[in-house]
Design a protein around this ligand. Structure first.
Ligand code: IDP
Length: 139
């Protein structure tokens, strides 16, 4: 079943010049990039994106990080795109959770600055696509 998912290459990924590396892994996996934009998130957008984490101890630092510089937002499409990208990304903590071969395990060390975001469900994907690419919102 074809799905779509919202992916961010976070500001650390752009600063470390991993945009090509990460998009290359996406394409090698067989996912299609159907929207792609570089932008800098303001606090309002970052807060909406990470609304589920409001109140967590790491939330203020996360918002500061995500708004700290340009990032790349993308919509990927393909069979099981949500799970497929999360497999490519690896677990949240690049050392404790991400498996070798994943983007985070291979290229990151830090539990916050972990290079990428990928939607975790169909509902999250549709909510996040509507935030980052309002012109692609459905319903
Ligand atoms: P995910 O990005 O793997 O889906 P989430 O639990 O949704 O993980 O957390 C969102 C983001 O918040 C993470 O990717 C990471 O950047 C940051 N984060 C999560 N947990 C921590 C933490 O314990 N310390 C610092 N940052 C965290």
């Amino acid at each position: 079943m074809t799905e779509r998912t919202l992916v961010l290459i976070k500001p650390d990924g752009v600063a470390r010049r991993f945009v090509g590396e990460i998009l290359s892994r996406v394409e090698r996996k067989g996912l299609s990039i159907t929207a792609l934009e570089m932008k800098t998130a303001d606090e309002a957008l970052a807060g909406q994106h990470y609304a589920e984490h409001l109140g967590r101890p790491f939330y203020p630092g996360l918002i500061e990080f995500i708004t700290s510089g340009p990032l790349v937002a993308a919509v990927l499409e393909g069979p099981r795109a949500i799970a497929a990208f999360r497999q490519l990304a690896g677990g949240t903590d690049p050392v404790e959770k991400a498996v070798p071969g994943s983007i985070r395990a291979d290229l990151a060390l830090d539990g916050q600055q972990n290079l990428v975001h990928g939607s975790d469900s169909v509902e999250s994907a549709e909510r996040e696509i509507a935030l980052w690419f309002p012109e692609l919102a459905r319903g």
